[in-house]
Write a protein that binds this ligand. Structure first.
Ligand SMILES: CC(C)(COP(=O)(O)OP(=O)(O)OC[C@H]1O[C@@H](n2cnc3c(N)ncnc32)[C@H](O)[C@@H]1OP(=O)(O)O)[C@@H](O)C(=O)NCCC(=O)NCCS
Length: 130
């Protein structure tokens, strides 16, 4: 039998306009501080890049709540990458301090789900361990 357990749950809601304002004001500096190249490339294929970026921003904050750490030294913005399967389903990859944190906490699997309206993007993250 499989005895996986939920180690953490987090959600976040982001105003797309706030991401657009950061993009307008700080451009690449904002993008490169928060997002992986794959996340930026995907956003650029979309008609409103701020929308998928807001969802990815929300996913990072949701994961930081699932860990209970907030965004910071133990889970930096680039410690997490939101990837997509060919079906469109998102999944998370942990990097750098984020990978260390996930390993230390015994996270073997994670789930992420994203949603958007015209004005907001939201994400929920579940961390799973054995
Ligand atoms: C944890 C974090 C993601 C919370 O996000 P937020 O946007 O400030 O606040 P939200 O409204 O989304 O969430 C608030 C809720 O998060 C929860 N929360 C706060 N700290 C938490 C933690 N360490 N772990 C889990 N949940 C936490 C609380 O339930 C809180 O609700 P409450 O204040 O009613 O108790 C935030 O503190 C953080 O680390 N943000 C990164 C901030 C940053 O660097 N911003 C710069 C932008 S470039």
């Amino acid at each position: 039998m499989n005895h996986e357990q939920i180690l953490g749950l987090g959600m976040d809601l982001v105003e797309i306009d706030r991401i657009q304002q950061s993009l307008d004001r700080f451009g690449d500096r904002f993008l490169e501080k928060i997002f992986h190249p794959s996340e930026i490339e995907y956003a650029r294929t979309q008609s409103r890049p701020a929308l998928p970026l807001a969802a990815r921003f929300a996913a990072k904050e949701a994961a930081s709540k699932a860990f209970g750490t907030g965004i910071g030294e133990s889970l930096p913005w680039l410690g997490l990458e939101v990837c997509r399967r060919s079906t469109g389903e998102p999944f998370l990859r942990f990097h750098h301090a984020g990978a260390t944190l996930a390993q230390t906490r015994g996270v073997t699997r994670s789930l992420v789900t994203l949603t958007h309206t015209r004005t907001h993007s939201a994400a929920t993250v579940i961390l799973i361990g054995p």
